[in-house]
Design a protein around this ligand. Structure first.
Ligand SMILES: [Zn+2]
Ligand SMILES: [Zn+2]
Ligand SMILES: [Zn+2]
Ligand SMILES: [Zn+2]
Length: 147
């Protein structure tokens, strides 16, 4: 039998009154909550009894909920765009930073293009001519900037 426990207990920041000179300079190694020197020991005792740290994502998991946590965060899912297998909790990062189908702003016109088409678009977009302020002649945009 396991007693029902509230995971949020004792984790509230700002419980200390403003006049309290204790600063939150301790960090719980399990749930990463900031603590004062006084509350650290008590919190750590309680926290380690209630929670374990996930070795994959470093988040605190309630004891006994490891499997739930794993199936929520660490199952492999297909990226809806590129079909690559990624861990669920990394999907957002993948979509924003790694996915080949993510959109990136064109460096000439700043309109987001899917990465797949970006090269081609930038090639065309960069070849469009613009008025050169220095010489008053029309030149291709890409001859302005060398990267
Ligand atoms: Zn903690
Ligand atoms: Zn995890
Ligand atoms: Zn993807
Ligand atoms: Zn463009």
């Amino acid at each position: 039998m396991t007693p029902k426990v509230q995971i949020g207990q004792g984790h509230k920041l700002g419980d200390a009154s403003p006049s309290d000179s204790n600063s939150f300079e301790y960090i719980c190694p399990i749930c990463s909550v900031q603590l004062t020197k006084d509350s650290y020991k008590i919190h750590l005792m309680r926290c380690s009894r209630l929670n374990v740290k996930c070795s994959i994502c470093n988040k605190a998991i309630m004891r006994g909920k490891e499997e739930e946590h794993n199936s929520e965060f660490h199952v492999q899912v297909n990226c809806p765009a590129c079909k690559l297998l990624v861990e669920k909790y990394l999907l957002e990062k993948h979509a924003n930073e790694e996915c080949l189908y993510r959109t990136v702003p064109c460096r000439w016109c700043s309109i987001p293009q899917s990465l797949k088409h970006l090269n081609k678009h930038e090639e065309i977009c960069g070849s469009k001519t613009v008025e050169c302020e220095l010489f008053g002649t029309r030149v291709a945009r890409k001859s302005f900037i060398r990267s």
